[in-house]
Design a protein around this ligand. Sequence first.
Ligand SMILES: [Zn+2]
Ligand SMILES: [Zn+2]
Ligand SMILES: [Zn+2]
Length: 148
Amino acid sequence: MIKKIGQCNSLQVLKDAKLSRTSQRVAVLDMLINAERPLTVIQIFRNINFHQKIHKVTIYRILSSFVAKDIARGIPTDEGINYYEMACRHNPVHAHFYCKSCKKMFCLDPATSSRAIELFADLNGFKIEALSLNITGVCSNCNKGGSL
Ligand SMILES: [Zn+2]
Ligand SMILES: [Zn+2]
Ligand SMILES: [Zn+2]
């Protein structure tokens, strides 16, 4: 599991992406930068509303603009929920594991993706442009001893 958090400066990220620094954008971005795991809109909404009032729709819109600007990436689940994480150089593309039981999205080591790319490396004429590898299952914590 990788866990590189809090390395980007939200104001600098917004400046580089040429997005204006609204307090709401900064709040959402700070949450993504400091998150240990990818977050859902609901998780961001609950946390931010503790400090300042912000509409769920606004959070959706902010996240979409972040994805469009390559600041963040969305990770879909079978259950139709999207998780979001930083797409910065501290967080290169990697595979994810989604636990159906506790609804947590885990980031897997980037090597998981490189290995998948290596499988194609020998096939002449194929050029990989994007790779997403999302695994669904039950995490080690939820899998322990079959408790309720
Ligand atoms: Zn970063
Ligand atoms: Zn779990
Ligand atoms: Zn991740």
